[in-house]
Design a protein around this ligand. Structure first.
Ligand SMILES: C[S@@+](CC[C@H](N)C(=O)[O-])C[C@H]1O[C@@H](n2cnc3c(N)ncnc32)[C@H](O)[C@@H]1O
Length: 187
């Protein structure tokens, strides 16, 4: 299994869990090209509310990801979903207010800035809007030769919060050291 398929299998497992839990409204914080957004929406009933938050120029290949995310939202709308994209920094109050106005939600998937201050804020701001909260990259481990690159603090955060909640983990990378999705129930 290659790396891309592992990610897809984890996203599919999350989508399956959301569908089984009766999710009909979903926020994704960090959508990039819209890949996980479309894959999760495909498992939800038509008419479900789908809200994406992404930050203009928040990622590499921004022009392409902006265009592709817009196209994904337009396609979901044509398919009968109540789909929205909100552009901006997820930690900005104006963005939080726009999402809140569309809530409450059944589920949120947090996959934006992976450094600790942002993951903490995204959980604090969007977690209370949903009964299910999922995080990407709970299994990321720094390779021995890792010197620089984007920090991924989600594993530290996940280990800290998961014990207080009913939770489930999807870690399909054979090494157990990449990607990974954690889901917690807030009820
Ligand atoms: C890992 S990608 C998302 C991948 C997507 N969930 C998928 O699996 O198909 C992270 C995205 O988060 C966005 N992002 C980073 N920091 C952000 C912030 N503070 N607010 C909103 N979006 C942010 C980036 O622009 C990027 O598109």
């Amino acid at each position: 299994m290659n790396a891309m398929l592992q990610v897809e299998a984890e996203i599919d497992a999350l989508a399956e869990l959301f569908a089984a839990a009766g999710v009909r409204s979903f926020i994704e914080i960090g959508s990039k090209f819209g890949g996980s957004l479309a894959r999760i929406a495909a498992r939800l009933p038509a008419g479900s509310r789908i809200v994406s938050v992404d930050m203009p120029a928040g990622t590499v290949a921004w022009p392409q990801s902006e265009a592709e995310l817009k196209a994904v939202i337009a396609r979901l709308q044509l398919q009968g979903f109540d789909a929205h994209v909100i552009w901006g920094d997820s930690t900005a109050q104006a963005v939080i207010d726009k999402v809140q106005a569309l809530g409450p939600f059944d589920a949120v998937f947090i996959d934006a800035n992976h450094t600790l201050p942002f993951v903490e804020k995204d959980f604090a701001n969007y977690g209370p809007m949903a009964r299910l909260v999922a995080f990407h990259d709970i299994a990321w481990h720094r390779a021995p030769d890792w010197k620089e690159g984007k920090r991924i603090d989600v594993p530290v955060f996940w280990e800290r919060v998961k014990g207080a909640h009913r939770h489930q983990e999807f870690k399909f990378c054979p090494t157990g050291k990449n990607n990974g999705i954690g889901v917690l129930w807030r009820d």
